[in-house]
Design a binder for this molecule. Structure first.
Ligand code: ZN
Length: 201
């Protein structure tokens, strides 16, 4: 029974009950349920409010489910590349530190001798108090005397400050990526670049 029919029914059966009819009319005009109930209208079934709690629970479950799915997708995307870069970052940082140490020692040598040493080994022990900087932390071999993880190109006198004099090729940040090569330049600066294996700049 809709509100119009209800009004008519009440008007017909209870013609003297004006306040109730007015309240029903008010309600028909959009008055809130609470307001109508305050006015004494018999309680109507609160179907909508009965659905609120299950809907909220359903929404929470759906949101939680989507969150779990999103986490799962992110975990799946955490491929070898991402893991590789995250895992390799501290090793690369330490490698750069060692190359910087080498660069400083090479430049001290150059200041003393007027030229760069013929090999990295020439730096030890006068310009380096340890062989540690000869080895990249990603290189787990046991190096013998005269060996280094790093290549070295002795710079001539006319070589520019930005010339690469040493490099480390022992870092691979992820499958399918070219090696992450750490470069030491003549001015002692260090930088990392993804470089094709055959590249020899
Ligand atoms: Zn290295």
């Amino acid at each position: 029974m809709n509100s119009c029919a209800l009004v008519v029914a009440i008007a017909l059966t209870e013609p003297s009950n004006r306040p109730m009819i007015e309240l029903v009319l008010l309600r028909f005009d959009g008055m809130t349920e609470e307001g109508a109930q305050m006015g004494g209208i018999p309680e109507t079934p609160r179907k909508r409010s009965r659905w609120v709690v299950p809907l909220v629970i359903l929404a929470v479950v759906v949101v939680a489910g989507l969150t779990l799915v999103a986490i799962g997708v992110l975990m799946a995307l955490k491929s070898s590349t991402v893991q590789g870069i995250v895992k390799e970052a501290p090793v690369i940082a330490e490698c750069e530190t060692r190359l910087k140490t080498l660069g400083a020692a090479l430049n001290r040598y150059e200041v003393s001798h007027g030229e760069y040493p013929p090999s990295l080994e020439s730096l030890y022990p006068e310009y380096l108090d340890s062989r540690r900087p000869f080895q990249c932390p990603a290189d787990h071999r046991k190096l013998s005397s005269g060996e280094s993880s790093y290549s070295y190109t002795r710079p001539g006198k006319r070589v520019s400050d930005s010339a690469v004099i040493s490099r480390c090729r022992r870092h691979v940040a992820g499958k399918g990526l070219p090696p992450f090569v750490i470069l030491l330049r003549k001015d002692g600066s260090v930088s990392g670049v993804f470089e094709a294996p055959q590249g020899s700049r």
